[in-house]
Write a protein that binds this ligand. Structure first.
Ligand code: PAF
Length: 286
């Protein structure tokens, strides 16, 4: 496995792979890799000749400097894991290599068709501009056949689908296929996240209340007279009643438009919860 740190070296390598007729899978990550990322990488390794994993804590998607500073980083451990599961290339640039000073300091403009106005977009203004900025740059540099993203960041995934559909009209990303990968959970139910590294053992126990409540809500939705509104409120109240947890939002929305829905059909519930100082997200499909 090779670690590449410059855009020019990456592009030269990609060209060689393309010339040799190899298919390329891309797994974009911000490092601090866990079994959830590993499942994406393994799927890419199984489905493509070459797998490129980017490890880049993207500064332009953080609207909170402290969150950026505290984001866990461990490239040596990440590289070990990626090597053991068969990735061929790791792209790990510095922010200065990835962006010019101007790009770093101006908001990347993009038409989200409203997908950025709800949930994470509402709470973290500019976050998705940064995500689209880095992901579109990675697509441009790697020109993958397939790119793999986790459903845990469901809104991000919806936005990336929208970006690719819009750009493929203009032929920008060729026949790129976005592969949606299911949430990976610990046996306890806790959704895997790099942020879990910041939880103490007792906070991890507390955080279990999030997935337990989401799973219970699948049954609440089947109770006679259940409405989206009352299930939504019951989830919020149940999580808030657990000491150490505080819901930022829980919204049951349509899986495609991300707009509030009145039925459970094609619906997904997305939650953000503070467990102490750590902001965790999770979701459940009804
Ligand atoms: O989901 C993530 O880890 C990031 O948002 C991504 C897609 C790697 C872009 O920085």
């Amino acid at each position: 496995m090779q670690i590449i740190t410059t855009k020019s070296a990456l592009q030269a390598t990609i060209q060689e792979c393309k010339d040799a007729g190899k298919t390329i899978g891309l797994v974009p990550t911000m490092g601090a890799l866990h079994a959830g990322h590993a499942s994406l990488v393994k799927q890419s390794v199984a489905e493509n000749d070459i797998t490129v994993v980017s490890v880049f804590v993207n500064p332009t998607q953080f609207n909170n400097k402290e969150d950026l500073a505290k984001y866990p980083r461990n490239i040596e451990r990440d590289a070990e894991l990626l090597k053991s599961i068969g990735a061929q290339y790791v792209f790990a640039p510095t922010p200065e290599e990835m962006y010019s000073a101007e790009e770093m300091n101006t908001t990347f403009e993009f038409d989200f068709a409203g997908l950025d106005k709800v949930m994470e977009g509402k709470m973290r203004p500019g976050h998705f501009n940064g995500v689209v900025q880095v992901v579109s740059r990675l697509f441009y540099l790697v020109r993958p056949d397939k790119a793999y993203f986790g459903e845990k960041d469901f809104q991000q995934l919806a936005i990336i689908h929208h970006m690719v559909e819009r750009s493929s009209m203009a032929g920008t990303f060729g026949d790129l296929q976005i592969v949606d990968c299911p949430i990976v959970r610990e046996a306890s139910g806790l959704a895997l996240s790099s942020r879990n590294e910041r939880l103490s053992e007792s906070e991890k126990e507390t955080a279990l209340g999030i997935s337990k409540t989401l799973f219970a809500s699948l049954n609440w939705a089947k109770e006679p007279g259940a409405t989206v509104e009352n299930v939504q409120q019951r989830v919020i109240d149940t999580i808030n009643a657990i000491e150490g947890l505080e819901v930022e939002y829980y919204e049951i929305v349509d899986q495609t438009t991300l707009l509030p829905t009145k039925t459970f059909e094609h619906a997904i519930g997305c939650v953000t919860v503070y467990c102490g100082p750590v902001r965790l997200i999770d979701n459940i499909k009804y």
